[in-house]
Design a protein around this ligand. Sequence first.
Ligand code: AMP
Ligand code: ZN
Ligand code: FE
Ligand code: FE
Length: 294
Amino acid sequence: MLSDRTIDLHAHTTASDGSLSPEDLIALAAHIGLTAIGITDHDTIDGLPEAHAAARAAGIEMVPGVELSVAYSRGRLHMLGYLIEIGSPSLDERLARLKENRRKRNQQMILRMQDLGLPITMEEVTDAAGGGQVGRPHMAAVLVKKGAASSISDAFERFLAEGRPAHVPKDKIQPSEAIQLIHNAGGLAVVAHPDSLGLDEAGLVQYLAELKALGLDGIECYYSRYDARQTSTLLRIAAALDLLVTGGSDFHGDTKPGILLGHVQDGQPVQHELLDRLKDAASRRRAQAPASAV
Ligand code: AMP
Ligand code: ZN
Ligand code: FE
Ligand code: FE
């Protein structure tokens, strides 16, 4: 059983690569007793209207979010946007453009695989995505199913990873643009799972300070794969740089087994107070800086 006032600010639905629909995710969150859940699908906010309606019906708070994949050469930079308005024109337009670019890239990658003689079609890949956003993991799943690769990682290593024959680069948002888009949508920009940046503590402090100069609001200090030491390091960095603290599981359902909704590092609860602070900061930001055009 979760302790009182536990929240989870990081979860995915079928709108991106999670296995639960927005409605089912909200139902699960209410069932396990969360007081609030952040929906943070990759590069899409398509799940938010359904989640919003379901959350109202279930009497649980839904924090509208998004997780943007951002250009970064040394590792992986995922930027969470929290408390964003649904229907912000600049965010909607940019997400639509990303989606169109992804659609073209998927087609090009499948053509390359077909040229390599691999048994794969767009239809199979779309089916593997189960109605969500299509990407390389679904291509890998088809290659494994057809016996053209022995495992998902084998499919990546031989065909799909950067520099491999079927790879086509993806359109990526720059860090400053990601922060601007989130701010223009009335939200707060937070670096997800900062360990993915592949930096040691000094490197992390330096890079996060650069992002803060671009407007970064917070970092994710509680996360399902962290141990207590990583969390305390990140809390220290957040305090030193005056950044907000967030936390969540990165629940994906069956897509990433082993991650439990509402659970972060060693089963520690994420407290509702963090959300109160986010909301205060979002109202302050909106009062200070009316949205500007990108
Ligand atoms: P895409 O957005 O289509 O480029 O796919 C990115 C996703 O592919 C990432 O979120 C990872 O889940 C997955 N991925 C990337 N590299 C690998 C790899 N070497 N092995 C397995 N999965 C990978
Ligand atoms: Zn994901
Ligand atoms: Fe992520
Ligand atoms: Fe995530």
